[in-house]
Ligand binder design. Structure first.
Ligand SMILES: Cc1cc2nc3c(=O)[nH]c(=O)nc-3n(C[C@H](O)[C@H](O)[C@H](O)COP(=O)(O)OP(=O)(O)OC[C@H]3O[C@@H](n4cnc5c(N)ncnc54)[C@H](O)[C@@H]3O)c2cc1C
Length: 523
């Protein structure tokens, strides 16, 4: 019988996906050479990842009590797996076998009773308690950089079931540890879907999405998980925090709103009622080419204010369209799609095409590049592992801005990121989500990695990009969360009285400050 927390397939401690999905060295060499040819930089020598068998972690400084020993693990693999999220600096460090702050213990509660016992033990032992869903954080959200001497990571992975379905209201009660793939698999049996697809969907969890206010793949209308949450249940060190199931409510500040984006500092989310949809039956997509990103953005603004609500409306700048093979050189590409479970969406697409043509767009229904872009989007998390082995630095920065400041914002942030990079580096931009009053630009950087000094390189580029975003009036994050990495910019973005109110709320439910210290607030 497998012991607790042991999956039949082991996830890689450094890369995306499972150990059995890691590419063979010659395949990595081939990919790295291809990318080197395309970008014009990258190391000639491909590095190999450290082997789990060779890892040496500092010894665990905490033993679980006998009553919890059966659900806790302290072995090297499990501690290494839970040390980092999957940001660039996480992957680089783990790839090289460097595990800076491994948790002392990883707890795998199977239900709320065990979770309450783990939290009580953490309080008693003075240990930091770090909620962990799928560990796909890209902002240092699960790394135990904490003031406490000891840390316990609480992996929700065993709590992964769809517990109840209310067909009439079209909603489901789902445990927080359910990952995207497993959750959709269970809903499919009922011909229903949550229809929330972040790029990390395969490995991220419902609890993680709620805790970080994740953004799904769909570009308009229901973009953030916020829109899909009907009620939330969490365990705090001072009791259960559960909201009433309601389609809407004007009764004071919303308890759900406070948990959404709380990133594990107020409580451990154990389950939520979420709004479902019938599976779409009508789908139509197109690729629309524009002479420039700015021209495409004007068409996107018209679309976002038309009330048509396309399910996909991603504008790629010429650099990104070329790199993903979605459009030939010199063209921005709009990936446009409509879908519905109820009605034919052809009339909507027809009107959207008219709006695009009015703004200079050239519409293609077949071979428009949307398929190539979709494949590149799905492949991206796996590709990044090979890029790191091949000496290529890649990172993404995302924000949101209103239309009145849009052009200036994108040009200004792009220029300041470029100025922080070595010659030859690439900066591309796409719009991931669009709203009637603005859009969410997403910048991707590719540069030659300074081998051995990638973390310093990351610090420089991250600071330049974040400073540019904040001082140009954007948000420090549209959907990647605050974590530990965005703290200094987030602190400047939020109003001071709000920070005080949040501190008071945390002190009320977590008086010993054990829950994910250092995220959102000072420990
Ligand atoms: C390749 C890649 C693609 C990505 N694409 C997207 C994307 O398209 N959209 C997007 O929004 N994000 C994206 N992300 C970021 C990340 O996947 C999201 O932030 C996601 O919501 C994290 O979910 P998780 O279950 O992995 O949470 P974790 O990484 O385990 O945790 C994230 C934070 O939430 C807290 N937390 C987790 N579970 C709970 C819980 N049950 N109760 C309380 N706190 C909890 C943790 O303490 C931590 O602070 C991407 C990341 C990667 C690596």
């Amino acid at each position: 019988m497998a012991s607790v927390g042991v999956e039949s397939r082991r996830r890689s401690v450094w890369g995306w996906g499972y150990e059995d999905q890691q590419l063979a060295p010659d395949e990595v060499e081939r990919i790295a050479a291809g990318v080197r040819g395309q970008l014009g930089f990258g190391a000639a020598e491909v590095e190999r990842a450290a082997r789990v068998e060779d890892l040496e972690l500092p010894p665990a400084r905490l033993e679980p009590p006998p009553s919890l020993a059966g659900i806790c693990r302290t072995d090297t693999y499990d501690r290494a797996l839970h040390t980092y999220g999957r940001g660039y600096r996480d992957v680089v460090r783990a790839f090289r076998g460097r595990f800076d702050h491994p948790p002392d213990v990883v707890a795998h509660p199977g239900g709320e009773r065990e979770l309450e016992q783990v939290l009580a033990w953490c309080e008693e032992a003075g240990a930091a308690a770090i909620p962990y869903g799928g560990g796909t954080s890209v902002v240092g959200g699960v790394e135990a950089r904490v003031p406490q001497e000891v840390a316990v990571t609480i992996d929700l992975g065993r709590m992964d079931r769809v517990l109840e379905i209310d067909r009439l209201s079209r909603a489901a009660r789902i445990q927080a540890g359910a990952r995207g793939l497993g959750l959709e698999g269970q809903l499919r049996e009922h011909d229903l879907t949550l229809r929330h697809y972040p790029q990390s969907f395969e490995h991220s969890t419902l609890g993680g999405w709620i805790a970080t206010r994740a953004g799904g793949h769909f570009a308009t209308l229901y973009t953030h998980i916020d829109d899909l949450v009907e009620s939330v249940r969490a365990i705090t060190p001072r009791g259960i925090w559960e909201s009433r199931r309601l389609p809407g409510s004007g009764a004071g500040p919303s308890p759900d709103r406070l948990l959404l984006g709380s990133e594990g500092i107020l409580g451990v989310i154990t389950e939520a009622w979420v709004r479902l949809q019938d599976r779409p039956r009508f789908k139509v997509s197109a690729g629309v080419r524009f002479a420039s990103f700015e021209e495409g953005a004007r068409a996107v603004r018209a679309l976002s204010q038309s009330g048509l609500h396309p399910s996909n409306c991603r504008l790629l700048d010429p650099g990104e369209a070329l790199m993903t093979g979605a459009a030939p050189e010199g063209h921005a590409l709009l990936v446009l799609g409509f879908e519905s479970a109820d009605h034919d969406v052809e009339p909507w697409m027809g009107r959207a095409e008219e709006l695009c043509s009015d703004h200079g767009g050239e519409v293609r229904r077949r071979g428009g590049g949307e398929g190539a872009w979709r494949d590149a989007f799905l492949r991206a998390p796996y590709l990044r592992d090979s890029l790191i082995a091949g000496g290529i630095f890649t990172e993404t920065f995302e924000s949101a801005i209103t239309w009145d400041r849009f052009d200036e914002f994108v040009a200004g942030v792009r220029a300041r990121i470029e100025a922080s990079l070595d010659t030859g580096a690439r900066v591309t931009c796409r719009l991931t989500h669009v709203y009637p009053d603005g859009a969410a630009p997403y910048f991707t950087v590719a540069a030659a990695a300074r081998r051995g000094a990638e973390l310093e390189q990351w610090d420089e580029v991250k600071a330049a990009a974040s400073e540019a975003i904040l001082t140009s009036g954007g948000t420090i994050t549209h959907h990647h969360a605050v974590g530990r990495d965005h703290r200094s910019w987030y602190d400047r973005q939020r109003p001071d009285p709000f920070a005080e109110a949040l501190r008071a709320a945390k002190a009320a439910v977590d008086p010993h400050g054990i829950l994910n210290p250092g995220v959102i607030l000072d420990p």
